[in-house]
Every structure is written in C-alpha cells, then in structure tokens.
Design a protein around this ligand. Sequence first.
Ligand code: BGC
Length: 747
Amino acid sequence: MLKMILTRTRMALLCLLPAVAAAQEAQTEKRIAELVNRMTLEEKAGQMTQITVEGILKRTKGEITEPYEVDPEKLKEAISRYKVGSILNVGGNAQSLRSWQKRITDIQQVALKERLAIPVLYGIDAIHGNNYCAESVLYPQQISMAASFNNDLVKKIAEATAYETRACFIPWTFSPVLDLGRNPSWPRLWEGYGEDPYLAARLGIATIAGYEGNGPSLNKYQVASCLKHFVGYSAPLSGHDRTPAWIPDRELREYYLPPFKAAIAQGAKTIMINSAEINGIPVHINKKILTDLLKNELQFKGLLVSDWQDIKYLFQRHHVASDHSEAIAMAINAGIDMSMVPDDFSFTTALIALVKKGKIPMARINDAVTRILRVKFYAGLFTNPVGNPDDYPLFAGPEHEQLSYTAATESITLLKNDQDILPLSTGKKILVAGPAASSMRALNGGWSRNWQGDNSDETEKDRNTILEALQERFGNNLQYLEGCGFESTGDLSALAEKAKEADLILLCLGENSYTENFGNIHDLTLPAPQLELASAAARTGKPVILVLAEGRPRVISSIEPLVSAVLLAYLPGNEGGNAIADIITGSINPSGKLPYTYPRHPNSLLPYYHKYTEGADVDPHGFSPQWEFGHGLSYTRFSYSNLQLSSKTLTANGRLRVSVDISNTGQRTGKETVLLYTSDLVASITPEVKRLRGYQKIALQPGERQTVTFEISPEQLSFIDATLRSVTEPGAFRVSIGGLQDEFHYQ
Ligand code: BGC
C-alpha cells in the first residue's frame, strides 16, 4: 500500500515537473527582460563583445609573463570601461587547475562589482578533455570517438570533460564539432564525427547530454556546449581550411544540417558560425542561414557567437565590407549575437556608434543581449559565478584516465589482418620504426595543451608513446630504428640491418599534429618519405604491420599490398600508446569501425552514400575505396543470419521492426557494431546507394548469439525533395545489415 502511495506521489511529481520548469523559465525570462531594460547601450555592446584572455594577462616586454596572471588594470579596462561580457581561451601554454580557478575568480570578482553585477561568460576549447588545463585528462579526439560507435562512451567522456572544465570554473566549451567529414583533405576532419549525418547526429546528441544533462539549468559539473561551425564549414571545394564551399540548399539540408538540428533539439544553447563562405556569401553575413533558418525555422533560442576575428575578416579577407564598421552592421543585422573580436575593443565602440546612427536597430541588440543573458542564467552564473575547489575530487583521477584508455581501445580499427598475423605473442622479435612510434603529438593531434598540439612530446612525456608501451610488453625482444621523420625516411640501410634480427617489422606512420590552416595539404597521399620507408621495410622480406596515427585518411594504396596488417589509431589521445600495444599483443580485441570512407585514390573522394551513377558497376573508375565506411575487423568472427522484417509494408503512422541474429563464431570475446542501412529504390531525387539508419554495439562471448532489433519509422526514410521539404515517398526500399538484405514497401 505504502509502495503504491509512493509510486503515485512520484508519478504526480513527475507530471508536475514540466509545469515547474515552465514556471522557472518564465521567471528567468522576466528577470532577463528587466535586466535588458535597465542596461545602457554601452552595457549591451559590452555583453556582445568577446575578447581573448591574452589581452588581459600581465606582459613583460610584450611577452606574456609566466606564470600567467591577469593584469588588474587591463581587466578593469575590459570590464569597467568596455563592459565586456565574455572572454575566451588560454594564451600559449596550458595553465594549472589552481591558476584557472584563480583567473576565473579574479575576472568574476571584477564583473560582479559592476552596476548590474552580470557575470562574465568564459569560453574555452575543451575539445578532447579540458585540454587547456595542464593536468586534465586527454581523451581520444572526436574522429576516434566516432569510430567507437559507442553513444554511452561518448556521453561519459563529455560528462568527464564537463566536470574537469567546470573544476576550472569555466562554464562553456566550444565543442562539439558537428561539421560533416565528407572531404578528407580538409584539415579539421578529425575534429568531427565522420562522414555520416546520422552517426554525427547521434553522437552529437550523446555529447550534449554529457556536457549539459537535461535539466532546466546546468549544475556545477556541467558546461554549456557550443555547436560548430554552423554550417557547411567542412565542405571547402579546395579542401583547404576556410575557403569557399558551394552547397545547394537541398544538399545543405540533406547532409550538413541534420547533426545541428538534432543537437538543437537536444537543448544545445550556443552555436559558433562557419568562418568561410557558402555560394559566395560569408556565413557571418548570411541572414537566410543565421536568422531565417536557425533562429526562426529551427527556433534556436540561444546565442550565436562569431568565430575568431570573423567580423573583421569580412573586410580584411572576404572583401564584402569596406571597413570594420560596415562589417559589424552586416554581421549583427544578419543575426550574430556575440563577436569573438578578440584582440581589442574596436567592435564595442563601433557597435555603439552604429546603433546611434540607426544602422542597427535596438530590437536586434536587445535580442542578442537577451540570448546572451539566457545562456548566463542557464549556466547558473548568477548564482554560482565561480565554483568551490573542493567539489571536484574526481578531477584527473583514475576513473577519468580509465575512460580515456577504454575509449582508445574501442575506437582503434583493425583494417587488415592477413592470415591473422595479429595479435602477436610477446615472444616475437619485433623491429619498431616510423615517425609516429615515439610521438605524443601524433597520438593527440591539435588542441592538446596548446592550439597546434605541437608541445605534446614535452607536456605528455610521462605518457607512453607507442614505442614505450611496446617496450614494456616486448622487453628485449624489441629493437627500435631511430631517426625516421614525418617528412624524411631515416636510415634505410640501418633498417635493413636491424630487420635481419627481427621476426617482423612494426611500422608506425601518419601525421604530426595540426589544426586549421596549419593542416592544409596539396596531396592526400601519405608523404613520399613514409611510403619509401614502408617499401624499404617490405623489401627486407619480413612481414610488416602498419600502425597509422593520423587525423584524416592519407592515401596508402601503393603500400597497402606490401603489408600484412593495418591498424588505424586515428588520434587516440594520451592512452593511445597503451591501447595500441594491448591490441597488438591481444589483451584487447579491437572493435572500432571506420567513421568515414578510406579513399584509395586522391581524386576519388566519394562518401559511402554516393549516387548509383558513381558506383564502380556503372563507372570503371567509380567508387572503389581502400576500405568502406563501417569496415573494421576483430580477432574473433561474427556471422549474421535470420534477417526478419515485422512486415513487408510500412504505413505513414507505422513502425517496421527489423531484427537480425549475430553469432560469435570465433575463439574470443568481442564487440561488434551492427549497422543498418536502407536504400530507396526509386525516388524523385536520385537516391544514394544506401544510408545508415541505425547502429548498435554489442558484446558477444565465443559461441554466443544475440538478436538485435531496430525500429524504422517513415521519417527515417525521408529525404529533402526538390522543393526543400522533407518527404518519404511511397515505394520499394531495401534494408541491409551485415551482408543480408530484404525489401519492403512504404505506402
Ligand atoms: C576555431 C574555432 C575555435 C576558436 C576559438 C577558431 O580559430 O575555428 O573552432 O573554437 O578559434 O579558439
């Protein structure tokens, strides 16, 4: 009886929750409106200004003084004179937890002494962990997380990252990247969740859930996310960062928009804008995209922040405005709410003048400030502008470290394993060579303690490189060939000599760290010296195992036939060395799958969801990648059988259940990601050969069988038609899972 009463009371309370949340929201909106009403134009312009922290740090002879400290005079100038509402990032080297806590406390103390006591919104690029804090755990980068196909793990890492960011008293991270990784030349491919809109959307949702939870406001362990870079940033025609993209509206909505749309529906409150141009219009001045699409159609109520200096770039780089002032009017009128200026106060003063001259309506300013304050309330800054240092006992602790290791093991992808050469017994004599073997930069990539991640060999020297992890496991059975570079072969005769003693060669190739335009390349092929090293290794006659640590798929078709196994590590973070070594020696069974199509040729960069006319059966030079999206081997074998559809027809309000049996027919426990694709057989817009509509990662013991069930709704079969509407057209569809397929009708 008591149980029944308790259950009923709980249910009644649960029913009340939305009403309580709505009342709270109305209350907050009222407070925001009152504040906006009381604000002067100067205070409003200041709220819309974001500066870099480098501008307010102490300097000696122009250089930031170590240890970094806020210069009280400069801080006062920013907050009291210019009323700056937001600050970002770290200058130069990562700072310690304590120094972050002090820095944010110093800033908030000054802000709270101002007339309206509005706290500063501090934002940071916490990209793979809170990477600008010296002690924080570094996780695998997003592309690795995509290869894990593990939503729970992605959510847990986002939670841990939020925790460690909030421990620094920072409430806002410029993450996740939801740009679609369709162009492998683009140097930021590794910052996103791969080429597939559905996968990127699901993992985006998991990330937002981890960063923000789902309450009406953030607690002291959560941070506001920032979706970036809206929209189409990842599709430059040249493949180079921040260069023009040409994207028809239909493609924009079909492929590039869905991950953002899903994340907005999940509750994300801030969005950073694409620095580049689409169809000749810089996105920062595109009202159709910023206001009509994002704010009106998608009903996004949060704030839009520019990317770094992008309003100035409208006249400095894009040549669409004749000066800064004109650029500001264009961007703010198009819908930008906050300018990442970031080096001076020119935005603030010009904005005030523009409003006074009537070039920007006050209503637009009020809307921008309302959105900014909404995020500040949501982040809990009015009640907790700084945290309590004692609240974060898990900071950089073993639980978070373990999570980093688990994520690395779940993402690393075994692409080739001839004659089951892997795993290796530690009794084998191995020769390790290649530039990625002893590089922490190659494991972590950019955004690692500093922007380009170019200090990781120093900052992460206590972590195991691939070589060090292998040395721990193989001891005296391991020899190492020193001196191979990312752009130089090293000593090939020494390689031949040392190989005589070895049973096999473990070659670690790939890319050094980079981000943004530092990663622009002329050729997607792996640099020639590395290919030469691989050929020389093969010429020794010893079997070669290739380990790749790279942010994007560099073409290796000339050397792939020469090697017996390929293990793709992507950017697995600080535990990458250990995870790779444990996979090589077999204590971990690999379970990652490719989140992109691995190209075979630099001129053939099609995603798996290409059109029928692009297929190899139609064009002899058509789609023939090195490895397809979703490819990834295991040390055990999985077999798929018994594909069942609950019906042969699906109706408008119906659901189709699709089930399949998966058995582990090998000798080891393993994890398998089950991928469900559908194909629209006839459609008014030429359909893609297939699209991913569902995935589930399961674990199976040897001999175990499991039935996996998916549900397909008509909405999942929809596409954007010629009139830009989302439609599901009646007709035949094919469903395929693990090589099995069946058909059904939608009517
Ligand atoms: C990048 C953004 C980043 C911002 C702040 C820009 O250069 O494009 O992704 O969040 O800098 O550091």
